[in-house]
Design a protein around this ligand. Structure first.
Ligand code: PLP
Length: 474
């Protein structure tokens, strides 16, 4: 399998190259040349444990890592999760890395049992091991530069901390991540970890990172590497749990199809669901749920992709107005027409908005994606309702997904899997504000952060300042 750029101006590259490149050298995003059709494998895969299913799916996208090595990378990546026993409301058999729980009218796919209590661990534990493998073979090093709205940073740091051939520079918007999220990053004191509090929004941080990657001489000299969800390996790792959860729910209900609801920011997680659907996973709807930062839900309702200003919400990891991964969808929507993508991206950069129409002969923009938003009141109501009616505490990101999903018509009664992207223990203020202190959830690994030693550097919102800092430390 080779990887192409959404901007069409690089030669196709194999998987390891794509992982090291992160953002394509022409400024686009990398995508597999095609999505493998796995419909004839679904029966055989249905009973596989998570790691084996991951191997089957990933090996279809990876042509340049021997099978045993890939198995080993996958095994190491899920070793640090805290498995949940099946039984009761938890579907399946045996310990579950990504448990699916039947709660009220929905199935909750809990993706937060990794080291930093958010779904990003699923991909970033894998990416850390993958980088170590690829860099080790090439006897080279990497300096990761990444922007975070909260959870990527800590998950990335925990994916690569202490590794000898990797340094990581994490930019978070100063004062705009939750106290727990900040501590999860700044309390990691390994020599290869640098936390930067940027005086700006997440979008500012993201555009600085993109500027560093566009500066090709700097990128090459400093061996810059990316761990944002622009990195294809992250999307790949996330495809796995869509299959896994669908199998659990199909087993439990006998249904032939499922729908997913995905709390969305950068469009990475839901794009993995979209890839799963393209591979042949029987998917009815992919429900894209945003908070008040709703550029994507507006888009899928109107076809207008128009930048707004970022407002802080209860779900900071979704406080994003420019969704990096959206370009991947645009490319596929345009029928792999890179020239069209370049025209759209240029128009968007100049005017802050573009209009996209359904494909000829189709009414909807996309066969699977539908969208909606949940505001602060609706998010709070959902947290409160799930706590009082089912005794289950949702974190505010997951609550956005549940709230939007439950307001969508579902005439065929298709089982609805709502992705739970963070542990409620990460967002105690939001949980207590919505449902009272009884609803608060504690995790020993989070409580232990209080009073920890921390380290960070505050920098102004400037490409130059960040570039100088990176250069000085690598
Ligand atoms: C990152 C994140 C999201 C958004 O995921 P995207 O892939 O950026 O769409 C949602 N919830 C939580 C808790 C996150 O950390």
């Amino acid at each position: 399998m080779k990887y192409v750029s959404t901007r069409g101006q690089i030669d196709p590259v194999p998987f390891q190259e794509a992982v090291l490149m992160g953002l394509a050298r022409d400024g686009g995003l990398l995508l597999p040349e095609h999505f493998p059709d796995v419909r004839d494998r679904l029966d055989a895969w249905r009973a596989l444990p998570y790691e084996q299913l991951a191997f089957e799916i990933m090996s279809r996208y990876i042509g340049d890592i021997p099978a045993d090595d890939l198995r080993n990378i996958i095994r190491k990546s899920y070793e640090r999760f805290r498995p949940v026993p099946a039984g009761g409301a938890v579907l399946g058999q045996g310990p579950q890395i990504v448990p699916v729980r039947s709660v009220g009218p929905v199935y909750l796919l809990e993706l937060f049992h990794g080291p930093t209590y958010a779904f990003k661990d699923v991909a970033l534990q894998f990416l850390g091991n993958l980088f170590e493998y690829v860099l080790g073979r090439r006897n080279t090093e990497m300096n990761i530069v990444v922007a975070t709205s909260g959870d990527t940073g800590s998950a990335a740091i925990h994916g690569v901390r202490g590794r000898s051939n990797i340094r990581i520079f994490v930019l978070h918007p100063a004062g705009r991540v939750s106290p727990v999220q900040e501590l999860q990053m700044t309390s990691v004191l390994d020599d290869n970890v640098f936390n930067i509090a940027l005086e700006g929004t997440f979008d500012d941080a993201q555009s600085i990172v993109k500027a560093l990657f566009r500066n090709l001489p700097f990128k090459d000299a400093r061996h810059l590497g990316a761990v944002n969800s622009i990195n294809w390996a992250r999307i790949l790792a996330q495809i796995v749990y869509y299959f896994y959860a669908a199998f659990r729910v199909m087993d439990a209900t006998g249904s032939q199809k499922v729908s997913f609801s995905v709390p969305t920011g950068n469009f990475g997680d839901i794009f993995a669901g979209y890839a799963a659907a393209r591979m042949g996973l029987p998917t009815d709807k992919l429900i894209l749920a945003t908070n008040e930062n709703d550029i994507l839900s507006r888009f899928f309702s109107t076809g207008d992709y128009a930048r707004g200003t970022v407002v802080p919400t209860l779900s900071p990891s979704m406080d994003i107005q420019i969704a990096s991964n959206f370009e991947r969808w645009l490319y596929l929507h345009a029928g792999n027409d890179a020239a069209q993508v370049r025209a759209w991206m240029e128009a968007f950069a100049q005017t802050g908005s573009i209009h996209v129409s359904p494909r000829t002969g189709e009414e909807r923009l996309d066969p699977w994606l539908v969208a909606g938003r949940a505001d602060t009141n609706q998010t709070n109501e959902t947290i409160r309702a799930f706590w009082t009616e089912y005794g289950y505490t949702l974190d505010p990101h997951s609550a956005v997904g549940v709230s939007v999903a439950l307001r969508k018509p579902n005439p065929a009664n298709t089982p609805l899997i709502c992705l739970c992207t963070a542990s409620p223990a990460k967002f105690p203020d939001a949980v207590i504000g919505a449902a009272g202190s009884e609803a608060a959830v504690h995790e020993a690994g989070i409580d232990a952060l209080q009073g920890a030693l921390t380290r960070k550097t505050t920098l102004p919102n400037s490409v130059k300042a960040v570039e100088d800092f990176v250069a000085a430390h690598c």
